[in-house]
Ligand binder design. Structure first.
Ligand SMILES: CC(C)(COP(=O)([O-])OP(=O)([O-])OC[C@H]1O[C@@H](n2cnc3c(N)ncnc32)[C@H](O)[C@@H]1OP(=O)([O-])[O-])[C@@H](O)C(=O)NCCC(=O)NCCSC(=O)C[C@@](C)(O)CC(=O)[O-]
Length: 369
């Protein structure tokens, strides 16, 4: 069983030694204890919910299975939302029942209301009536409930106000916890709202606190529009951290203005230890006009290389998440959607692989001459 981030003692995460290098003090990240980071892979949910065309269930199942085999330990597999509001998420029950599930992987689903939870519980009841085998985990062990930091966005996304959404979500969270599910919370538009502009960070803190008090183990703060800068992320986190423990916060950054990787690092430097990201940079919220996808998982993995952080993954990724496999998955799903991967690291790595293969082929031809 792999050690989870939450089980690690703080001392194990602390950087200790400082090496001298060219007369300047410099930390040797290769040999020191690294700070463990969780990645919540949201590609199958946030990534696919905004697609125009119909994505076959088989493709969604295969995507989730591939992500598990690349080492992802936290995968958001779909949503139990109204198919009238978000048609791409229809069929989540079938997907989570059919997909091959791995031990040590948490498969979460988004739930907006009581009806969504009932949808999930009916899938779980069917599974419990005839479980696949003792070693196969249930279709899902986690729900994410969601609201936002502005009434305008909450109205657009959930057809209700912030306060009404919180009142509706509290019993959903309680019932899910009573059923033994983990509950995660999202606060959307934590920096900028597409309808009302700059967000009041005190409101982000208040809403996040409400979700935490409902029993959420973690609150993901979303730059839904992808317009946030590192300075804004820092200011927002400073405000939220006044009342909430940073270990309970996650960062969710869309990459509309190309600041998402910088925002990830800002969040990490402020103590956030879980980052939401999406393979191939897929995604966007249907109610956040103009926003592009989440920060690409490949870009985050690449940027964290040789840093003081290490991404926690399962044995399938040898304890981390395998960047090469994620690059292949990013290209595979993008091609299924009729386009190229938009992950910068994914594109560069694929191009390098092609160049390397051409050089090998060239060398073989020369050797024969
Ligand atoms: C919450 C509602 C349903 C309210 O929408 P409403 O229209 O007020 O709901 P309603 O209770 O009046 O029901 C309307 C119809 O939907 C059905 N319905 C009602 N609930 C469900 C359900 N759970 N599952 C399936 N069906 C449902 C219900 O049965 C009824 O069907 P009808 O009688 O008309 O045939 C709607 O607003 C909704 O589904 N919203 C979800 C929107 C969404 O999924 N947005 C994207 C996810 S959030 C996001 O992407 C941001 C995030 C998390 O990634 C972080 C970030 O980037 O910031």
């Amino acid at each position: 069983m792999l050690t989870s981030l939450r089980a690690l003692p703080r001392a194990a995460c602390r950087l200790s030694s400082i090496n001298l290098f060219h007369g300047r003090s410099r930390q040797n990240y290769a040999t020191e204890a690294k700070i463990p980071i969780n990645i919540m892979e949201v590609g199958p949910r946030d990534g696919l919910q905004n697609e125009k065309g119909v994505i076959p269930v088989d493709v969604k199942v295969e995507l989730i299975e591939k992500l598990g085999l690349a080492g992802c330990q936290l995968i958001e597999a779909g949503s139990f939302v109204s198919p009238k509001w978000v048609p791409q998420m229809a069929g989540t029950g079938e997907i989570i029942s059919r997909m091959h599930r791995l031990p040590d992987v948490h498969y979460g689903v988004l739930v907006p209301n009581q009806k969504g939870l009932e949808g999930l519980l009916s899938v779980l009841n069917s599974y419990n009536a005839s479980p696949d085998s003792d070693s196969t985990p249930p279709p899902s062990d986690e729900i994410s409930i969601f609201t936002a930091a502005t009434d305008a966005f909450t109205r657009a996304n959930l057809n209700t106000s912030i306060n009404e959404s919180l009142a509706k979500l509290a019993p959903v969270a309680k019932q899910a916890l009573d059923k033994g599910l983990r509950v995660r919370g999202y606060v959307s538009v934590a920096i900028v709202c597409p309808y009302t502009g700059q967000v009041d960070y005190k409101k982000v803190r208040e809403v996040a606190k409400e979700l935490l008090n409902m029993g959420c183990y973690e609150i993901s703060l979303g730059d839904t529009v992808g317009r946030g800068t590192p300075t804004q992320v820092a200011e927002m986190l400073e405000e939220v951290k006044k009342e909430l423990p940073v270990e309970r916060l996650a960062g969710h950054f869309h990459d509309t203005f190309g600041t998402a990787v910088a925002n990830v690092f800002t969040a990490l430097e402020h103590g956030v230890r879980t980052i939401d990201s999406s393979v191939g940079g897929l995604g966007g919220c249907p109610y956040s006009p103009g926003a592009t996808g989440n920060v690409a998982t490949e870009d985050v993995l690449y940027a964290l290389k040789n840093s003081k952080y290490t991404v926690i993954g399962t044995e399938y990724g040898k304890g981390t998440i395998d960047l090469d496999k994620m690059t292949e998955i990013g290209w595979w799903i993008s091609e299924k959607l009729g386009r190229e991967s938009i992950s910068r690291a994914g594109r560069a790595l694929r191009a390098k692989k092609i160049r390397d293969a051409e050089m090998v082929a060239d060398g073989e031809v020369r050797a024969k001459l």
